[in-house]
Design a protein around this ligand. Structure first.
Ligand code: 5GP
Length: 346
């Protein structure tokens, strides 16, 4: 056993220090980013915020709504093949929609058939496992990259620099970073495993950028300010689950509780999800996610405006004309208190 003494940080442990700036208005800030991906060599331009590939949030409807604002979506993996083919074929060329998959034989075969039918409409792929540290995962990634040199590949999840490097060397363009920070995740409670998200971002971004790769911070953002901190820490993309949950564009999972209509939101490793898709929780494992009920939040457009407004504001406070400059201009200060909650938490 060994103990690492260095303190690791979460979004709630820091604030961004304001800096002198010549910007006069938030409207001057450009929140688009441009990347050329390391392996696929695709050129990307857009707002690098991605809806998570959870079945509640990563929907076709969400893809259409976010696409209108240049944001991206990782579709959940439970759509049927014909639905996926039809959807991808209908996509505009500049929409950024990730096809998501796990690493089973069935996942790979399904992907091959969808890709064969939808061709270059499927350009972004997210290979997603809870634990990105296994040899099976790395082998799968390598095989996928060899078979499809042209796809832009996001893969994870990991939280440390050395594994980020490994995934990039084995074919990932974007490494998905985050173990345990999610709003409906219980991995830290059930397994005691995890890494504070801001430090994970800082360390993994450093490792990825050194090789010409990118990272996507996945999980733990509870407000536009957290998204700004993720970008400030060096994230190239930020993935959101809970912040996009409860909207009209989410899967239609509405129930009545105490006379009110509520939307269900649950982790993809929760009992709810496993009962829905895997016939229950297998007897050798425990659920590592939970279910919550959310009061309906209307259309996601309002939330998108809040997110973009918050990001522009963060950029203005540090004098960044472009989102690209935010991390260079970010100094985090460690704090013991974040918010004044005298009138509650909202
Ligand atoms: P959020 O934005 O809600 O804080 O985090 C979303 C992320 O939580 C997802 O993209 C995914 O990585 C993670 N996640 C989703 N469901 C589960 C789950 O059941 N268990 C765990 N450990 N993580 C989950």
């Amino acid at each position: 056993m060994r103990i690492e003494e260095e303190l690791k940080l979460d979004f709630s442990d820091v604030l961004i220090r304001p800096k002198r700036s010549t910007l006069t208005s938030r409207s001057e800030v450009d929140v688009d980013r441009e990347y050329t991906f390391l392996h696929s060599r695709h050129a990307y331009r857009g707002v690098p915020v991605v809806a998570a590939n959870m079945d509640t949030v990563g929907t076709f409807e969400m893809a259409n709504a976010l696409g209108a604002h240049q944001l991206a979506v990782a579709l959940h993996k439970y759509y049927k093949e014909d639905e996926l083919i039809r959807f991808f074929k209908s996509l505009a060329v500049d929409a950024v929609v990730f096809y998501s998959m796990g690493i089973t034989r069935a996942d790979y075969d399904k992907f091959r058939r969808v890709k064969a039918a939808a061709g270059t409409h499927v350009r972004y792929v997210c290979v997603d496992v809870a634990n990105g540290y296994t040899k099976t995962f790395v082998d799968f990634l390598r095989k996928l990259r060899q078979a499809y040199p042209d796809i832009t590949l996001m893969a994870g999840n990991v939280v440390t620099g050395e594994m980020t490097e490994q995934l990039i060397l084995d074919g990932a363009d974007i490494v998905k970073v985050g173990i345990g920070p999610g709003s409906v995740c219980t991995t830290r409670k059930m397994a005691g495993v995890g890494y504070p998200q801001l430090s994970a971002i800082i360390e993994c971004a450093d490792a990825a950028h050194g090789l010409g790769g990118l990272i996507c911070s996945d999980g733990g953002c509870t407000s536009p300010g957290d998204i700004a901190k993720a970008f400030g820490g060096g994230a190239d993309f930020v993935m959101l689950g809970g912040m996009l949950a409860g909207h009209d564009e989410c899967s239609d999972d509405i129930i009545e509780r105490d006379g009110k209509l509520m939307r269900r939101f649950y982790g993809m490793s929760s009992r709810t999800a496993m009962e829905k898709y895997a016939g229950g929780v297998a007897n050798y494992r425990a659920a590592e996610g939970k279910e919550v009920l959310i009061a309906p939040r209307g259309t996601v457009n309002i939330t998108v405006q809040e997110i973009l407004g918050g990001l522009r504001s963060a950029c203005t406070y540090v004098g960044a004309r472009k989102l690209k400059e935010l991390s260079k201009r970010t100094t985090f200060i460690r704090v013991a208190r974040q918010l004044n909650e005298v009138f509650g938490k909202s």
